[in-house]
Design a protein around this ligand. Structure first.
Ligand code: NI
Length: 201
């Protein structure tokens, strides 16, 4: 071993012992994401402040006590969003009265076009309980980030000025404390979703 390597090894040893002592003394705490991983708690969800389809400011905390079935999308979406919202609505109808504790929520990733007024007409076409949420681009972005939702505006090459929005298509199920329970991927059949929801609530 050369001299410089011996010094490096000694420095490494001292640093290692120092870190171990610091951890032992509680001077360094294990970061949240490590403990959440080890307890199996998924890192999905969090606070949001948006505007509902009646124009009222709504926070995630307003839904405490209710299970939230959340989907992010946009009203101009030709087929993906409508099919997801149809499955959510049909699953809730299938569960019947046990679905009383579940609030279905549609969060727009196209706040430019999805105003509260336009969302009011849109959500009522799917389910009477469906809550439409929109807001400033910043507020929507914050909510999407909390739920690990990806979205991106894409210009429509066919018509100038028109655009579509690429977005993830995942339905999240959150418990009455706003914590993640499970998710449904796109294409989950109504029966499968209904059975799973019923087993939880
Ligand atoms: Ni869509």
């Amino acid at each position: 071993m050369t001299r410089s390597l011996s010094i490096a090894a000694a420095v490494g040893l001292i640093a290692g012992v120092g870190l171990a002592v610091a951890l032992y003394n509680g001077a360094l705490t294990v970061p949240d994401w490590v403990s959440q991983r080890t307890t199996g708690q998924a890192l999905v969800g969090g606070p949001f402040e948006l505007v509902d389809h009646s124009g009222k400011t709504v926070r995630d905390s307003d839904f405490r006590g209710q299970y939230m079935l959340i989907y992010f999308g946009f009203a101009h979406c030709p087929d993906v969003c409508p099919s997801a919202l149809q499955v959510m609505s049909a699953a809730l109808d299938k569960i019947g009265s046990e679905a009383e504790r579940i609030t279905p929520i549609f969060i727009s990733v196209d706040p430019e076009r999805d105003t509260p007024e336009s969302l009011a007409a849109y959500v009522s076409a799917f389910h009477p309980k469906l809550v439409g949420l929109t807001g400033s681009p910043e507020a929507v972005s914050k909510a999407a980030t909390a739920y690990r939702v990806f979205y991106r505006k894409v210009q429509d090459p066919g018509s100038a000025g028109d655009y579509t929005v690429d977005h993830s298509s995942i339905i999240y199920f959150m418990d009455p404390d706003g914590r993640f329970i499970t998710h449904f991927t796109h294409g989950t059949p109504v029966d499968v979703m209904a059975e799973k929801l019923q087993g939880i609530v």
